[in-house]
Design a protein around this ligand. Structure first.
Ligand code: FO1
Length: 319
């Protein structure tokens, strides 16, 4: 069984590839909750929903979020009322938010909601929010402190970031679904998907006890680079690295995860950095990590899994 930490569009692509390679009950995906927010009274879980729609085969792939074949009648009517229209919600997407609000009103935990929703969409792999508590990313920028969606959508990720806070992480706990996966004797590896390290992965790693729980599982932890040819495929990863004064490279991402990972999958455009990464104690594989279509998502997933299984668990990293 494989546990994958994921968020955003890039992560969902590898998760799809993993779901094509693994038996349905052999994949558990912990999705980032830092992007989540209550909007128009509805709980919106973008990273969970993007992953759900992707595995259910109903995602709007070129948009990177939401569903294909959407209509926007509710948004049009809301706009006519003068309601908030900066965050676009399709009619079918709204149905999911209404359904989730009903489950939450019945007292279901986040992971229980995810389980009901996954079953209704016929998605077999376990996708679950990384925590049942509220962990939300606050983006501190030259335009002030912004909630994640205000930064990402309203301000189009343009403000320069000087700090990120993951509100609630210190008192949050990893989802019981994740703890069960970490204790499962069939667990073979933990994969960190090619997601934005700062916006999609760090909000998961910041959860109280998360790093120790991951290291304590005793299986290799492998991260896949989100940087290709010194640029991010999509989204603000490269921009944030520059704002944090980091070189825009896979090697800088490997260094960011250095106290956690045993292996790193570097893109072949940056193969020259392999030795430096290995010198830091992290085993490094070099692959084509750009995923144009489902075949390439599946191929990369297969290669990442083969690499993870031969990765040697590093000793001496703090639990
Ligand atoms: N991203 C946008 O850039 N504009 C939108 O209007 C928008 C709406 C939206 C609705 C539901 C949903 O699940 C995601 C949505 N996203 C939108 C993406 C969202 O900002 C995600 O947080 C990003 O995909 C980053 O993970």
């Amino acid at each position: 069984m494989i546990l994958c930490l994921s968020g955003g569009i890039g992560g969902a692509k590898l998760v799809l590839g993993l779901s094509c390679v693994l038996e349905p009950n052999a994949l558990v995906v912990a999705v980032n909750t830092g992007d989540d927010f209550v909007h128009l009274g509805l709980e919106v879980w973008p990273d969970f929903d993007t992953t759900l729609y992707t595995l259910a085969g109903v995602a709007n792939a070129q948009q990177g979020w939401g569903r294909e074949g959407e209509s926007w009648r509710a948004m049009d009517a809301l706009r006519a009322l003068g309601g908030e229209d900066w965050f676009n919600l399709g009619d079918k997407d709204i149905a999911l938010h209404l359904f989730r609000a009903q489950l939450r009103a019945e007292g279901l935990t986040a992971n229980a909601c995810a389980s009901v929703i996954r079953e209704r969409f016929g998605v077999a792999p376990i996708i679950t929010p990384a925590t049942d508590q509220a962990v939300r990313t606050t983006v501190h920028t030259d335009k002030g402190a912004l909630s994640f969606q205000h930064y990402f959508v309203r301000h189009r990720a343009e403000p320069a970031i000087f700090r990120l806070d993951y509100e609630g992480a210190a008192t949050a706990r990893l989802s019981p679904v994740i703890h069960a996966a970490l204790r499962d004797p069939s667990l073979e590896a933990i994969i960190i998907a090619p997601s934005n390290p700062f916006l999609s992965v760090d909000p998961i790693l910041a959860i109280h006890g998360c790093r120790a729980a991951l290291r304590g599982a005793g299986v290799p932890i492998v991260a896949v680079t989100p940087i290709i040819a010194a640029a991010a495929v999509k989204g603000p990863t490269a921009k944030i690295m520059r704002e944090f004064g980091l070189p825009v490279s896979g090697a800088a991402v490997a260094a960011h995860y250095n106290d956690l990972i045993d292996g790193f999958v570097l893109d072949r455009t940056e193969a020259n950095d392999r030795d430096a990464i290995e010198a830091s104690g992290v085993t490094c594989a070099v692959e084509q990590t750009l995923m144009h279509d489902d075949a390439e998502k599946t191929e990369l997933a297969a290669r990442v899994l083969a690499f993870a299984k031969i990765c040697v668990k590093r000793q001496g990293l703090k639990q």
